[in-house]
Write a protein that binds this ligand. Structure first.
Ligand SMILES: Cc1cc2nc3c(=O)[nH]c(=O)nc-3n(C[C@H](O)[C@H](O)[C@H](O)COP(=O)(O)O)c2cc1C
Length: 346
């Protein structure tokens, strides 16, 4: 039982991992002046020492114009990138691999976080609701112009270059959860009438062009993309025309050379969301698929055996159990996650 999950594996591109357990990206608001700290290094080191094969960092902001959160790390300059080197070295010394999640919040932001400039998006309509980071309504965004896209791609590209120079094993481009790239994918948000809006091909253009730029910078062995076509977002939420969207996007990603895909459902029920997405994606995609969300070890093993997943992600369970893989191996009970655990980086 749990043989595949906890055993070392070797993937074309990614290389060898000590287990098929992946730590999901989780924002912890613990950066100091947007730098990674020794506490952050110790937090990730513990998870690698506990047997995690691949760690995906919390979202790391690629430029201040893409920030929307309190005390999150940046990788917008060399000093910020260098602050990650001790983190990366600690994880790798403990046997883990670590990718940097590249994050641009788009309109899920406010001038409080962007240095006074309006947030940018696919649209000039504000996101509904209150930003819990500052208890204000989300800022009114400025729709990016066609001429500005290369500038945004350059931010990602340079962030990716800095991440690899800092020693990361790769980068994960965050294209899910309603952030910038998703604001282009999603027909309920994207109201453009130019080549970045309207048809499926046009709504996918931002993500596809962005991916090509990052691939050109760091290569397919170091590039993963996270998408979330079906997820929890004030209830269950699916892309409109999900099947046609996926067919176009996944085939285009594959043609670009992408080999690693993280299919997220945020904190929804995996079986009602990502599992259905993966059933559509699998026949179109030869590369690695990672996914999950609070699966039991037995469910995870089943997803690996059936071939739906190549690696399984856990988020909150890894906050509660840094030694998750050891506990699974030794059939020890897991500690339940409690929101109070978020107040400390341990
Ligand atoms: C505290 C917290 C912060 C999160 N921050 C991020 C993030 O920065 N980037 C991201 O892609 N997902 C983020 N997520 C979503 C997780 O990566 C994951 O998809 C989700 O927690 C579901 O997995 P789980 O049920 O195993 O926790 C966050 C989740 C939590 C609980």
């Amino acid at each position: 039982m749990n043989k595949k999950l906890i055993s070392p594996a070797n993937f074309v591109g990614l290389g060898s991992v000590q287990s098929r357990v992946v730590m999901s990206a989780m924002t912890r608001n613990g950066a100091l002046n947007h730098l990674a700290t020794p506490q952050i290094a110790e937090y990730y080191r513990k998870r690698a020492a506990g047997g995690v094969g691949l760690i995906l960092t919390e979202g790391v902001i690629i430029d201040q114009s893409g920030d929307g959160y309190n005390n999150v790390p940046y990788i917008a300059n060399d000093e910020q990138a260098a602050s990650w080197t001790p983190v990366v070295q600690a994880v790798q010394a403990a046997g883990g691999k670590i990718f940097c999640q590249l994050w641009h919040c788009g309109r899920i932001s406010h001038t409080d976080f962007t240095g006074g400039q309006p947030p940018v998006s696919s649209t000039s309509r504000a996101a509904a609701g209150i930003n819990r980071q500052n208890n204000k309504t989300f800022g009114i965004p400025r729709a990016l112009t066609v001429e500005e896209m290369p500038k945004i791609y350059k931010m990602y590209r340079e962030a990716a270059r800095r991440a690899i120079a800092a020693g990361f094993d790769g980068v994960q481009i965050h294209m899910g959860h309603g952030y910038l790239a998703d604001q282009f994918f999603d027909s309920r948000v994207n109201d453009r009438t130019d080549i970045y809006g309207g048809s499926i091909e046009n709504r996918c253009r931002f993500g596809v062009e962005l991916l090509r730029e990052v691939l050109a910078e760091v290569g397919a062995e170091k590039t993963m993309v996270r998408i979330s076509p079906s997820r929890e977002m004030n209830g269950l939420y699916n892309w409109i025309n999900m099947e046609s969207m996926l067919e176009y996007l996944i085939l285009t990603f594959a043609k670009s050379g992408l080999n690693m895909l993280d299919i997220s459902c945020a904190n929804a029920d995996y079986y009602k969301t990502s599992a259905r997405v993966i059933d559509i994606v699998r026949p179109l995609w030869q590369g690695i698929i990672i996914g999950g969300a609070s699966l039991s070890p037995e469910q995870a093993e089943e997803e690996l055996s059936s071939g739906r997943l190549d690696m399984v992600t856990w988020g909150r369970a890894l906050i509660a159990n840094p030694d998750l893989v050891i506990k699974i191996k030794e059939h020890q009970p897991l500690i339940n996650f409690d929101r109070a655990m978020l107040s400390e980086l341990i």
